[in-house]
Unconditional design. Structure first.
Length: 257
């Protein structure tokens, strides 16, 4: 089992039961206590867990991040603006990919109101449900594993569909984005699917409110050279915007009316 897989399993367990001991986790993962402690130290350095005497507990902010209803309400205004602007990049007759993020859901809500002919491929349950009532939009749901508390179908079980369609644009968000790591997320199972989705798309558009910029999570699913456009809000630091544009990334800044 790779380090990222172990760390994801550790987080999964802690999300379910709040805390666990080193012994409990090492038995679950079938690794030595020394290896397990090294994983816990790295997770603590990344701000994802809190080390306790003899074990670890989940950071409350990550518990909130894992809860889709909480994420959906966080920076809602910025996400709506980003979603509205992203919809302007979509044209009649295209095939697009949407991930299961709360920002992509805002994009779906905008598309739902449009008279447009589209094919939308997604692993987001809420996103698919949002779009299903628009008669001009064909929704393809990528199959996978549905875990407790998640709104996304995860894993590569249904990824073969991506080999059968021509995708114009992938619209995706992330837990974090840095120039070094690119787009990152804390769920290694969803990350693997996102990699496949991005590889199948002609271009990638990242939907990132300012709170995602400068943060990094467990696993990367898209490096900077793979991203054509980033849509973000005015609170993203100007120096980062400048660095992105120097790397030939189209940066679109949305502002409140």
């Amino acid at each position: 089992m790779f380090s990222t897989e172990r760390k994801n399993k550790i987080i999964d367990l802690l999300l379910k039961q709040q805390r666990a001991t080193v012994k409990e986790l090492s038995q679950l993962l079938n690794v030595s206590d020394a290896t397990l402690r090294a994983d816990l130290n790295r997770l603590e350095e990344e701000g994802l867990i809190i080390r306790t005497h003899g074990g670890a507990m989940i950071d409350d902010s990550l518990r909130a991040e894992h809860n889709f209803s909480v994420r959906e309400q966080k920076n809602r205004e910025e996400k709506m603006l980003i979603g509205n602007r992203a919809a302007e990049l979509i044209h009649d007759g295209q095939c697009i990919l949407l991930d299961a993020s709360s920002t992509a859901l805002e994009l779906a809500r905008t598309l739902k109101q449009k008279q447009i002919r589209l094919t939308v491929v997604t692993n987001g349950l809420y996103t698919a449900m949002e779009l299903k009532d628009n008669p001009g939009i064909t929704v393809i749901l990528i199959g996978g594993v549905l875990r407790i508390g998640c709104s996304a179908l995860e894993g590569l079980l249904g990824a073969s569909i991506l080999n059968q369609i021509n995708v114009d644009t992938m619209f995706t968000s992330a837990s974090g984005f840095t120039l070094e790591d690119g787009l990152t997320d804390f769920n290694v199972y969803e990350v693997e699917l996102k990699k496949a989705m991005i590889n199948s798309a002609s271009r990638v558009v990242a939907l990132l409110d300012h709170t995602k910029i400068g943060k990094s999570s467990i696993a990367s699913f898209a490096k900077v050279p793979q991203i054509e456009t980033i849509i973000t809000d005015r609170n993203t630091p100007d120096d980062i915007v400048e660095q992105l544009r120097k790397k030939q990334i189209n940066v679109i800044i949305v502002e409140k009316a």
